[in-house]
Design a protein around this ligand. Sequence first.
Ligand SMILES: [Zn+2]
Length: 269
Amino acid sequence: MKLRIIAFGAHPDDCELKAGGVAAKWAAQDHKVKFVATTNGDVGHFSIAGGPLALRRKAEVQSCAGILGIETQVLDIHDGELMPTIENRRTIARLIREWQADIVLCHRPCDYHPDHRYTGMLVQDAAVLVAARFFVTDTPPCKKNPVILYYSDEFKKPYPFDPAIIVSVDEVIDKKRACIDAIPSQFADRDSWMGRYLPGVPEDDDGRKKFIHDWLIGMDAEVADRYRNLLVQRYGEEQGRKISYAEAFELCQYGSQPSAAELSQLFPM
Ligand SMILES: [Zn+2]
């Protein structure tokens, strides 16, 4: 069975960071993956903004899609201004329906960034409507109810991230590294988002690039360490202990509710 996966991230880099590894693995098995940024990222830099930044960021995620072997789309909604409106609910429902998704990925709706929160809410709000025949009648409903999963995060309130499935990304970490290198507006420029936002970033170009790169890849190492028991459960004692990098996903209570065995089949890597 060929799977169809659609992942929503608020900005043109979120899907790449949170699900770039698993996407590369699905794509390598010929499953169809699409990343959607729900905003154009046009305020995510400290010296450029607006149309030029939106175009630059779109080109960056297009490069990443080439690296990962997937499709990508950026919605033309201003960064920092995404709202859970009816219009946006229709847009998200249409995208899931058009893709006939088996799996939908998104942020949890408790997150520091309003665009992340509302991306999660919009996907949740679309969960039931992707099957509703008379909602967005220009786009046929999903034939089966997709499984919705959340990306990992560090937020503790109202409850900490609770993974249902974990995937080793060791085998594709070079592709993930290449994606980070393909997004200099966020991770390499002197005035890049992380270049200014992250504490302790070195001043020189090479130092800054390496520091941010290591910090981002370190997040996948943290996921592997924090949920080591799940890696051991999934991959066995010997392999599970050796895995360095992982991505993990929490099951949303809306959408289809797979058993553990069914969930494993949706991540056949
Ligand atoms: Zn973001």
